[in-house]
Design a protein around this ligand. Structure first.
Ligand SMILES: [Mg+2]
Length: 257
């Protein structure tokens, strides 16, 4: 604590400057009075000083720097690869038992990376307007219509392995049905092949993405599929059952309830 106790900063000076020194001491005293009032609570008692209360929220600028460091260091990609590897291992082991098998994949930040648009917006969420890259801003609608998102490669490898092993590949996304054409175009140019792409009906709003996705997985089960792997970047991609195994990818950028 800066001003607790009696050993404050001491002004020293030659005797002939004593008057000036006294005025300085008076100014110094008045300058610290507000601080004493502000920090008075921390000076009470004889125990260790108390840290002034802080606002219980992260600093946004610092959080963005941490996210950029996480991505730029390669840790984000490595963490995705580690999760996808687990899914691949389970798929390989599970296909030996046969059956009408399927995997379900989310699209955004699972099959496709929106990182260029996220960074152009400095991680802000901008829906309308054009998408100017790399400077930004980048409207989400325009970005989706551009269909330029890259594949998240470990997930692309998982989808390709499923196809090779005769396992059906279903994309299940919260993107609206009206975005079907650019979403299909983007998935295709990114290298994916699939059995069906399930998008959210344009008029449907749900409290959680799981309220849409879990019933859609149930429909697949009702068609006779066993969903052996369900992979997504949000817990709401995975909650609600109808999959043998769920795999949660990291997403340090945004949260979908
Ligand atoms: Mg997603």
């Amino acid at each position: 604590m800066l001003f607790c106790g009696t050993k404050g900063p001491r002004t020293t000076g030659p005797l002939d400057d004593r008057g000036k020194t006294m005025r300085n001491r008076q100014r110094s005293l008045w300058s610290i009075v507000p601080a004493l009032v502000l920090f008075g609570a921390g000076c009470a008692g004889t125990g260790p000083s108390t840290t002034p209360s802080v606002v219980a929220a992260p600093n946004l600028g610092a959080a963005k720097r941490q996210v950029n460091a996480y991505v730029d260091s390669g840790r984000y990609e490595a963490d995705i690869a580690a999760v996808a590897d687990q899914a691949r291992a389970y798929l390989e082991s599970r296909v030996r038992d046969g059956g009408k098998l399927a995997i379900v994949l989310d699209v955004d930040e699972t099959a496709l990376s929106n990182l260029p648009s996220l960074r152009a917006n400095d991680y802000g969420f901008i829906i309308p307007g054009p998408c100017d890259l790399p400077s930004g801003p980048c409207g989400l609608g325009a970005w989706i219509r551009m269909a330029q998102a890259d594949a998240i490669k470990p997930v692309l490898a998982l989808a390709r392995l499923a196809r090779e092993r005769g396992v059906a590949v279903f994309f299940l996304t919260g993107r609206p049905e009206r975005a079907r054409a650019p979403t299909e175009r983007n998935l295709r140019t990114a290298g994916y092949e699939w059995t069906a792409l399930i998008l959210k009906p344009d008029a449907l709003t749900t409290k959680s993405a799981a309220d849409f996705k879990a019933p859609e997985r149930k429909k697949l089960v009702d068609q006779g599929y066993t969903i052996i792997v369900n992979i997504g970047d949000q817990m709401s991609d995975l909650e609600g059952g109808f999959a043998e195994r769920t795999y949660k990818l990291p997403n340090p950028f945004y949260f979908v309830p």
